[in-house]
Design a protein around this ligand. Structure first.
Ligand SMILES: Nc1nc2c(c(=O)[nH]1)N[C@@H](CN(C=O)c1ccc(C(=O)N[C@@H](CCC(=O)O)C(=O)O)cc1)CN2
Ligand SMILES: [Mg+2]
Length: 336
């Protein structure tokens, strides 16, 4: 039976060595495989703790600087999932005291209108962060639109200058993309040290696979990046101490691919039919949770794993941007 996530969550915060370090093992005396259920890494609980920390820092910022940090989100088109994520971002901003505005556009909007809006936001001193919700309708040039956001307000960390910074600086970069940063936080807070470990990343997207590989490498993991053309994926995954799955295929990673005791981070959010539910569907990750939980040392669920961390990291990046903006203004004042 699945252990309740909330009951197990305390372990994620504990500074004591987590049970995630206690792998499934072959008992030397009995020489039998002792089955072990993975520690669920509770992203909801960890993200809530982070939001509480951010809320305190936001109010301290307001006391010091006389204003709240501001985030502007552009939502283009009618995708239900994007609408949900943008609503979640607004709610999280409200909770921590970040001022948020949402700019809605029809899915037939022309590129010029989007670029004009971004240009206005680039010059609006009450806006510290600009985020363009992805994916975009296919007629829009995603690269151009992202690159048109000021790199000093790119709280998604997707502007080419910020992508380059992650390559050069790892987690010390100005804006680290939210989902990859959330993955690293979850690994660390689950009690798993990254240094010296073999990390296998499934997927090579710009938004997750590539940056999370760089961050893991910067934390001194030995990283193998796998993708749709990788030969014999299961045997590579089997050699991993840490697996990050971001391949976009429901229940793709199976239990017998996992080294006993490994830490498994599931980035996938896939919708599958479920006639037993009123809504007719449910969300599953890229990892076959029911199989992998019997082998892994620690495992993120979907929902309630990486997703909530993405939003917590966005709030953190927005506050960071506001602080950097105030620093730049103070420096410019003193230079006069
Ligand atoms: N500009 C961006 N676009 C997109 C990003 C991004 O980081 N920047 N990431 C994803 C979507 N996303 C945020 O935008 C996101 C996805 C999922 C969640 C989340 O918390 N999911 C919940 C389940 C929610 C549900 O019930 O539907 C969970 O996993 O528990 C947050 C943010 C693509 N686009
Ligand atoms: Mg891929």
């Amino acid at each position: 039976m699945l252990r309740p996530l909330v009951r197990r969550a305390a372990r994620a915060f504990s500074t004591a060595p987590a049970a995630s370090l206690r792998p499934a093992f072959l008992s030397s005396r009995l020489n039998v495989f002792v089955s072990h259920e993975a520690d669920p890494i509770n992203g909801n609980v960890i993200a809530k703790e982070i939001r509480q920390e951010i809320r305190q820092d936001v109010f301290a910022f307001q006391q010091r600087c006389g204003r709240f940090p501001g985030l502007a989100v552009l939502l283009i088109g009618e995708r239900k999932d994007s609408q949900t994520y943008v609503r979640m971002k607004q709610k999280a901003c409200d909770e921590v005291g970040i001022t948020s505005s949402t700019h809605l556009f029809s899915d037939r909007v022309d590129e010029e209108t989007i670029l004009d809006c971004i240009n206005d936001l680039n010059h609006d001193s009450s806006v510290d962060g600009i985020l363009v919700q992805l994916p975009l309708p296919s007629h829009l040039n995603e690269k151009l639109i992202i690159a048109s956001c000021s790199k000093t307000k790119d709280v998604d960390g997707l502007h080419p200058a910020n992508v380059g910074q992650v390559l050069l600086e790892g987690s010390n970069a100005g804006f680290v993309p939210c989902t990859p940063r959330g993955c690293i936080e979850l690994i660390k807070r689950s009690g798993c040290s990254i240094e010296g470990k073999h990390a296998v990343v499934l997927g090579r997207s710009n938004i997750v696979g590539k940056p999370v590989s760089l961050l893991l490498q910067a934390e001194n993991a030995t990283v193998t990046m796998c993708h749709s053309r990788t030969i014999d994926l299961p045997s590579i995954v089997r050699s991993a101490d840490i697996v990050v799955a971001a391949i976009g295929k429901p229940n793709f990673v199976k239990g017998d691919w996992i080294k006993p005791g490994a830490t498994v981070i599931d980035v996938g959010i896939n919708v599958v039919d479920d006639p037993t539910r009123k809504c007719g569907y449910r969300l599953v990750g890229d990892v076959d949770f029911n199989e992998v939980r019997n082998v892994a040392g620690a495992l993120t669920p979907v929902p309630g794993g990486v997703g909530p961390m993405t939003i917590a990291m966005l709030l953190s990046n927005t506050l960071k941007s506001a602080e950097a903006s105030v620093k730049r203004q103070t420096k410019a004042k003193h230079a006069c």
